[in-house]
Design a protein around this ligand. Structure first.
Ligand SMILES: *Cc1c(COP(=O)(O)O)cnc(C)c1O
Ligand SMILES: [Zn+2]
Length: 451
């Protein structure tokens, strides 16, 4: 069943009148070359009252009624109404927990600090949220007779893992282009396991992005990068879910790490849609966190977004955001301008220690989430964020995908990083007396921890 009541189309973001149906193989405006976005028929959606939408969304949380138990498809009417439920490719993504960072917050003087655990998902990153929509639409297009042979993406690791898994679930061939030696082992193994054609190229992400755009000129290979705005529609559910988890209250500040800059625009779109449809009346402030070694948007922010210059990024531990020429930069700037936005950066040592400190309070933080947490610490220090603000940090991936980062930190081998919170295993002979003596010394140190 598709929801023929509701309609959405691709529309040019530069304001041309160009519109295309969602089942057309098109990624840019044919007139001006700008990116497209999915535009919903807001008037139609307004026929349901804000209260009714909230009730509908609340009623679907955790349901087994296909496909509404998914955090993305529970918002189907707002995301991608035209796909037939039978063709949806979903692993019940979304519905990730909102972690109350109680002890971490206490350490830094905040008691209303939350981490949205988007990495607690099938492939371990928020990329699942967008990929379920894109692959579902591809599945729908194939059913409608479009000659699509495979789906392809360039990736810093997490997009390819999500694409590979969703395509494998649907039985659709996938192709991933990865920068050689620039992603974690787990990220490389994921698409290999799911049977993707894995192309490991001697370049960086931006180089892979160029190749995939060349390859997908052939319409039989569909492009799955976030310049394809179907992904953004799924990722938009993050904002709706956060507000829903706060019983439909809007937090004051949201901090999100960004690289190719699709996700921050998705975050903004979710809030805008809730505002337009009257579910909320307040906007959060959005903070985009970049790694200092890959900071083109930060540099542009410093000049008031007057100009944007792509850069060649340096190596960063936050490998998923090591991007110098972000495809969605215009969308991101638009979002930040609407949401009183801030861009702040964090260096390698800052991100590593922020991640490790968070881990000591029960999290298991990926380096990108480390960037966001380090930026939080900085903005608190600068008093840009107040300790009283209800603040949500978007955790974009699961720490388990970044074992090299974790091991390197605790072994003290991360280049240029003084690991303040390294915790090495105590290696001892198996002798109870020796063990007891060392153990009680260690315990004594721990009991002096203040929080
Ligand atoms: C993709 C990704 C990001 C960046 O998202 P963009 O939409 O490219 O800005 C951040 N963190 C992780 C873990 C990611 O996989
Ligand atoms: Zn246009």
């Amino acid at each position: 069943m598709s929801d023929s009541n509701y309609k959405a189309v691709f529309r040019c973001i530069a304001g041309c009148d160009e519109e295309y149906p969602l089942d057309e193989i098109v990624y840019r405006c044919k007139k001006c070359g700008a990116l497209l976005e999915v535009h919903h028929d807001i008037d139609r959606l307004k026929e349901l009252s804000p209260q009714k939408w909230k009730e509908l969304f609340d009623s679907r949380v955790g349901t087994t009624q296909w496909p509404y138990g998914s955090g993305v498809w529970s918002k189907k009417e707002w995301v991608c109404p035209e796909v037939d439920n039978e063709n949806i490719v979903s692993m019940f993504e979304g519905n990730t927990n909102l972690f109350w960072a109680k002890r971490f917050g206490k350490m830094i003087g905040m008691d209303d600090l939350w981490v949205k655990m988007c990495g607690n998902s099938h492939t371990g990153s928020f990329k699942d949220l967008g990929m379920t929509v894109l692959v579902s639409m591809v599945n729908e297009m194939i059913q409608r007779g479009k000659p699509i042979k495979a789906v392809a993406c360039a990736s810093t690791g997490d997009t390819s893992a999500a694409l590979a898994a969703y395509c494998a679930y649907a039985g659709i061939p996938s192709i991933v282009f990865l920068p050689r030696n620039k992603i974690s082992t787990a990220q490389l193994v994921q698409p290999m396991s799911n049977g993707s054609i894995v192309m490991s190229l001697d370049t960086d992400f931006d180089g892979c992005m160029k190749i995939v755009q060349e390859i997908t000129r052939d319409n039989s290979i569909y492009l799955a990068n976030s310049m394809n705005s179907l992904r953004i529609e799924g990722q938009k559910s993050i904002s709706i879910e956060i507000v829903q988890q706060f019983d439909w209250e809007v937090p004051d500040v949201i901090i999100i790490p960004g690289g190719n800059l699709g996700n921050v625009s998705a975050l903004g779109n979710g809030f805008e849609m809730m505002l337009q449809l009257g579910l909320i009346s307040k906007k959060p402030r959005i903070v985009l966190a970049q790694a200092q070694n890959a900071n083109p948007l930060y540099l542009s922010y410093l000049n008031g977004f007057k100009e944007f210059k792509p850069i060649t990024p340096k190596k960063t531990l936050a490998s998923a955001i090591q991007i110098g020429d972000p495809v969605s930069v215009r969308k991101a700037i638009r979002t930040l301008q609407k949401f009183d936005g801030i861009v702040e950066q964090a260096g390698e040592e800052e991100l590593s220690n922020a991640a490790a400190l968070a881990d000591q309070t029960g999290m298991y933080t990926c380096p990108h989430t480390g960037v966001a947490l380090a930026v939080l610490l900085k903005l608190l220090e600068k008093q840009v964020i107040s300790k009283k603000d209800r603040t949500v940090v978007i955790s974009t991936a699961h720490g388990l995908k970044f074992s090299e980062f974790k091991v390197g930190y605790h072994e003290g081998t991360l280049e240029g990083v003084t690991c303040k919170y390294a915790n090495r295993p105590v290696e001892l002979e198996a002798d109870a007396d020796v063990v007891r003596e060392v153990l009680f010394k260690e315990l004594d140190k721990r009991s002096r921890v203040k929080y």
